[in-house]
Design a protein around this ligand. Structure first.
Ligand code: FRU
Length: 470
């Protein structure tokens, strides 16, 4: 068994090097573009970070730029990294907005001094080859003096959209009281921007909010944020940084010229995902009108390992998840396109064991009644009992430091488990809860053991990534 064994078949991962946040998600002229934070020279110390790129027509078969940067950190305004950002497709092409990060040499705390954050625009047009993008020059739109005086140097991760005849931007920020917040900006042309207000919570909620995103479904809207400094919260599982969403109050809008702070109720915060490895998700609306979310299956400052045994690559993205409103919460369902990879089907009517030839499977458990347990490879147990769903590693080597994640759930009705070599994603009750985790299975075959009442269907899954790095 080699390290190649842990490469995935339907999760985006780099050929070598480090990947984090999804960036610039969009569909343009039929082609889906997934950019991401990328450091091809990782694990070399100080390896530069820029954007990598994948493209696809069907969200299942992907083309990759390999280890080449799509956006390289090659100007003075991004000397320490071309950081996260978004895409806005339009009639004239795709606009990419992102943060140029600069850490100045010297004796700095890099919060109040020593760090620069520029918001940069690149206009991209369709390339000569269909389905490709040709990126234009870099234009700096905003620099630190342009942000409100209450901000520290930490201002980044623009999310831009068009609404009501104007352009709107939200930026994640840390203020001088070390509270996380979001800045709101407005523009007539998407080039010159003015601050129109901030979004905060009534109570302090972390010291910095990264990667803000806006989700709008069925006339409701949510602000997605990644607050840092959450380790003391009962639901954070000890993690410093988490990722979740807050509903906007009825009648409130991010796209509003009202300069007052928009104050959200932190008690309504919900995690996007309850697994071990999920952060910095970004959503986009595709050409058919679906809102799709992709997360980084990784975690800053994680207390566990994601490249055990000297793997030459680190981290992957989640599968694309289609979002739907469910009251004040958001359902996440793997996009239907993934079903194209389904192959041979297996079935278990109740307690029993299934052995699949490879670690790639789409497992559906319907009609769950009472408590239920599903154990993968004798190493990863998913237990639905006593009002909670629990993901627990029974084999430490396979979890590489991951142990238990648990969340309340009164009644489990159905489960979907996507197993893709070293990635597992679990969806409970039609996407009401999600759990993303990496694991590093040691066995050649995938063994599923079910204990409890449910009808289990397991499809072997094909390899959508077979030609990706060719
Ligand atoms: C989130 C983040 C962003 C930043 C990027 C840098 O994981 O810290 O705030 O833009 O990663 O790679």
């Amino acid at each position: 068994m080699t390290h190649e064994r842990w490469r995935m078949g339907f999760h985006l991962m780099p050929p070598t090097g480090w990947l984090n946040d999804p960036n610039g998600l969009c569909q343009y002229h039929g082609t889906y573009h997934v950019f991401h934070q990328y450091s091809p020279d990782w694990p070399q110390p100080g390896a530069p970070r820029g954007w990598g790129h994948f493209a696809s027509e069907d969200l299942v078969h992907w083309r990759s730029d390999g280890t080449a940067f799509a956006i390289a950190p090659d100007t003075p305004d991004e000397a320490s990294g071309a950081y996260s950002g978004c895409a806005v497709p339009g009639e004239d092409g795709v606009r990419l907005y992102y943060t140029g990060n600069v850490k100045e040499p010297g004796d700095h705390d890099y919060v109040r001094t020593g760090r620069r954050a520029a918001q940069i625009l690149i206009e991209a047009v369709e390339g000569r080859e269909p389905g490709t993008l040709s990126l234009g020059e870099k234009n700096v739109l905003l620099r630190n003096p342009d942000y409100p005086a209450f901000c520290t140097c930490h201002v980044r991760d623009p999310k831009v959209w068009r609404e009501g005849g104007a352009w709107w931007m939200i930026l994640g920020a840390r203020d001088t009281d070390d509270r996380g917040l979001v800045l709101r900006l407005r523009s007539e042309d998407g080039l010159s921007w003015e601050n129109v207000g901030a979004v905060r919570t009534g109570e302090p909620f972390g010291f910095m909010w990264e990667c803000p995103d806006r989700v709008a479904l069925d006339g409701r809207a949510w602000l997605s944020i990644c607050p840092q400094g959450m380790e003391g919260r009962p639901w954070s599982g000890g993690l410093r940084d988490v990722s979740g969403y807050l509903p906007l109050p009825d009648g409130a809008a991010l796209a509003s010229e009202d300069g007052d702070d928009l104050v959200l109720d932190a008690r309504r915060f919900r995690l996007w995902d309850h697994g071990f490895d999920f952060y910095a998700p970004q959503s986009f609306v595709d050409e058919s009108g679906r809102t799709i979310l992709i997360g980084w299956m990784g975690m800053p400052e994680a207390p566990w390992e994601s490249a055990p045994e000297g793997l030459s690559w680190c981290h992957c993205l989640t599968v694309p998840r289609e979002l739907a409103a469910d009251g004040a919460s958001v359902l996440q369902r793997p996009v239907a396109e993934l079903e194209a990879l389904r192959g041979e089907r297996h079935e278990l009517a109740a307690d029993g064991t299934l052995v699949l030839p490879e670690h790639r499977a789409d497992v559906l458990l319907a009609g769950v009644e009472g408590s239920l347990e599903l154990v993968l490879d004798g190493a990863l147990r998913l237990a639905c009992a006593g009002g909670s769903v629990r993901l627990e590693f029974l084999d430490e080597r396979v979890g590489a430091g991951r142990k238990v994640r648990e969340t309340a759930c009164d009644e489990v009705r159905d489960l979907r488990v996507l197993v893709d070599d070293s990635a597992v994603e679990v969806f409970v009750n039609d996407g009401a809860l999600a759990f993303a985790t990496r694991w590093f299975p040691r066995s050649e075959h995938l063994t599923l053991v079910q204990k409890g009442q449910a009808l289990l269907h397991a499809w072997e899954m094909g390899d959508g990534m077979a030609g990706t790095y060719a």
